[in-house]
Design a binder for this molecule. Structure first.
Ligand code: NAD
Length: 426
């Protein structure tokens, strides 16, 4: 079975199971499982050679019970309908967990953007925007960046959308650059949201005498992935007093026992093109400070907190018994397989689910949309304060549900979300 189909099956199964546990009727559960609209289309793009090439694209709108649809657009050669549908479904859950006035959607194009020139990528983005223009809008469906799509691509798309509609509507796309109505704080938002949730969790654990966790200062963290999410998580967690002992990228990672410097590591990565070899403490990088580590080893380190922030399914049947962390914060989407999730939950590992942990990104997208609609823009501090407020409130609801129902945080997050969506169905 392909991974897209697997993702869709597991998201739908989880909704069915949660709906049943909550005593929802079969009709309501089916409405939560099935998408409201699946738009699949082919479109042609002129290549630099003058030849036209056909691509397949999707925009799938899962639920609008809580508000307009919201979700990113990904460009990836392996993107298929099932994957886009699974991600649209999970966006409905994520927005509902975060308490945002949105439903869920997702878009995609089966394309390898690395094989396109800049002008081909621009034409493809604009053609895609033209195709979905009739079914999106600031009060209908608000796209955003996802895998391989950027603020620049959002700029091309909104330009095309506004031209074809003959309006100015900055709130129709989020994740734009600040120059065209993007929000301050959006770039850091996902990492920042994850650190806010981790701190809120530790605050609760402080009150639990059965665990020594709870103190932020000196708690060790290993982070897989040093891209947008991993880097900002590392930087902000370090600022909060956590000890980041390991980070990695696709070429491998570093282990620095005494705690690494995120900023110096980033500068070193920029110079060398990879994290591997960057053993950086304070402002100095030196081989004596650390050692090289593989991505597999990183997941098995004896740390307090493990943060997968790169790919899906990295913690699975093969390595689940080697994971030693007491807390896992799912910053990537779906980094733990179902089998590993069951296994680790039984071992009382606390797993902060992706639909909560990485909701900071969509939350600041919401704040961007809000500012775009109002035509009034907040300072970065104002944005960060609002993000904190929303994330802490979301965590509180999930934590309370988890205690009341004696269920792990992931199940609790799904119950909170499904309860909110089901209540809004008319
Ligand atoms: P990114 O492309 O900026 O960074 C990805 C990082 O993962 C890079 O450092 C890359 O080198 C590393 N990586 C790639 N292959 C790897 C491998 N085999 N082993 C270890 N590391 C590997 O992407 P991002 O925006 O940081 O997103 C990371 C994850 O977070 C994805 O799962 C994404 O869906 C999820 N996410 C991102 C956001 C966001 O706002 N960016 C929001 C929600 C969820």
């Amino acid at each position: 079975m392909n991974t897209g189909q697997k993702m869709l099956d597991s998201a739908q199964q989880l909704i069915r199971k949660t709906g049943k546990n909550m005593g929802l009727s079969e009709e309501v559960v089916e409405r939560l499982v099935q998408p409201e609209r699946v738009f699949e289309f082919n479109f042609e793009v002129e290549m630099d050679s003058g030849r036209k090439k056909m691509f397949r694209g999707w925009r799938i709108q899962h639920s609008s019970a809580l508000g307009p649809y919201k979700g990113g657009i990904r460009f990836h050669p392996e993107t298929i309908r099932e994957e886009v549908q699974a991600l649209a479904t999970l966006m409905s859950i994520k927005c509902a967990v975060a308490g945002l006035p949105y439903g869920g959607a997702k878009g995609g194009v089966a394309v390898d953007p690395k094989k396109l020139s800049e002008s081909e990528l621009m034409r493809l983005s604009k053609r895609y925007a033209l195709k979905i223009a009739p079914i999106i809008g600031a009060d209908i469906d608000i796209p955003a960046p996802d895998v391989n799509t950027t603020a620049k691509i959002m700029g091309w798309m909104i330009d095309e959308y506004q031209k074809v509609k003959g309006i100015k509507s900055p709130a129709t796309f989020t994740g734009k650059s600040v120059a065209i109505g993007g929000s301050l704080g959006r770039t850091e938002a996902t990492g920042r949201g994850g650190v806010i949730v981790l701190k809120a969790l530790l605050e609760k654990m402080k009150k639990d005498p059965s665990t020594s966790l709870g103190m932020t200062r000196g708690l060790t963290i290993a982070i897989q992935g040093f891209g947008n999410v991993g880097y900002y998580f590392s930087k902000l967690a370090e600022e909060e007093g956590f000890k980041i002992v390991s980070v990695s990228d696709s070429k491998g990672g570093v282990y620095v026992k005494d705690g690494l410097s995120t900023e110096t590591t980033l500068n070193c990565k920029k110079e060398k093109g990879m994290v591997s070899g960057c053993y950086c403490k304070g402002s100095v990088c030196d081989i004596r400070y650390g050692r090289m580590i593989s991505n597999e080893e990183l997941l098995e380190l004896p740390v307090d907190v493990l943060v997968p922030a790169a790919l899906e399914n990295v913690i699975n049947e093969e390595n689940m018994d080697k994971v030693k962390a007491k807390i896992i914060v799912e910053m990537a989407n779906g980094p733990i397989t179902e089998e590993a999730y069951e296994y680790l939950s039984k071992k009382s590992v606390i797993i902060v689910p992706d639909v909560l942990a990485n909701a900071g990104g969509v939350t600041v997208s919401y704040l961007e949309w809000f500012q775009g609609k109002a035509g009034y823009y907040w300072t970065e501090k104002e944005v960060n304060n609002r993000l904190k407020e929303i994330m802490e409130k979301a965590f509180e609801a999930v934590w309370k549900k988890s205690l009341d129902r004696k269920i792990p945080l992931k199940q609790a997050a799904f119950e909170v979300a499904i309860g909110r969506i089901a209540d809004a169905l008319v």
